[in-house]
Write a protein that binds this ligand. Structure first.
Ligand code: HEC
Length: 231
């Protein structure tokens, strides 16, 4: 079946779905750019309300005393430097590393190199702050492509649709994979993989959207004369 053969109301609905999916992926990639691709240079100052502070007052509050939270906060406020890491080193070793050591709970928190990115990174803010990175890479992105490719591409008569659907699946798998590998190693030097994954997702979606829109609203191909012109 060609999508072009659908009644206009259904094609308008399909277009709306495509636009919503594009917007969803766009916002998701926006989050990836601001949270994961921002360069965390050695001189970057910690965020006003860092992810570390947010976590210590939130989900991890049970693992620290208020006095220890103050120590972490003081360290963050003073620039989260290596020179002053000694202030919190013992707390990290006693209160965090037991669960967050190599091979344990993500993210890995055992050394200065592990802790500093959490101090530099801004904590969750607003409604979008509720969307964590795992949800984004493992759920939201795959869902966008599942609906876009599975829901609409499958119904088209495009000769190369198998190739396009395969490319979508690869882009999603690569993105989820690179996120998984990066877990527990915040700020590690595999950022090129994140760049590549984001660009792959974006490029695949642009092609996908172009193909589906052309199928929906473009000139009819194949069967006989173009009816529009004949009235
Ligand atoms: C008893 C085990 C345990 C200890 C001790 C512990 N954590 Fe966690 N931590 C977890 C688990 C389990 C999760 C994942 C659950 C979650 O995110 O709610 C987690 C998640 C986190 C996260 C990611 C959550 C996010 O939203 O960013 C950070 C950061 C973190 N812990 C920091 C710390 C720090 C810093 C300490 C030391 C003060 C610490 N944790 C001590 C078990 C522990």
């Amino acid at each position: 079946m060609s999508l072009r053969a659908l009644p206009p109301s259904e094609r308008a609905f399909a277009t709306l779905v495509v636009l919503v999916l594009t917007l969803t992926l766009g916002m998701g990639l926006g989050l990836v750019f601001t949270r994961e691709l921002k360069p965390a240079g050695p001189n970057q100052t910690p965020a006003a309300r860092s992810r570390l502070t947010a976590v210590l007052e939130g989900v991890m509050a049970g693992n620290v005393t208020p006095a220890e939270v103050q120590r972490f906060k003081a360290w963050v406020a003073a620039g989260a430097t290596q020179a002053e890491f000694a202030q919190v080193e013992a707390v990290v070793a006693n209160n965090c590393a037991s669960c967050h050591a190599q091979g344990g709970q993500f993210p890995r928190i055992a050394s200065f190199e592990d802790l500093r990115p959490l101090a530099v990174e801004a904590g969750p803010a607003g409604l979008l702050g509720l969307v964590d990175a795992g949800t984004l890479h493992l759920l939201a992105f795959p869902l966008v492509f599942l609906v876009a490719a599975g829901g609409y591409l499958r119904r088209t008569t495009l000769p190369r649709r198998g190739l396009l659907m395969g490319t979508c699946a690869l882009a999603v798998l690569f993105d989820a994979g690179q996120w998984w590998v990066r877990q527990g190693r915040p700020g590690m030097g595999v950022l090129w993989a994140t760049w590549l994954a984001s660009l792959a997702l974006l490029a695949t979606l642009v092609v996908l959207v172009a193909v589906v829109l052309a199928e929906l609203w473009g000139p009819r191909s194949g069967q006989g004369p173009v009816r529009n012109n004949l009235g």
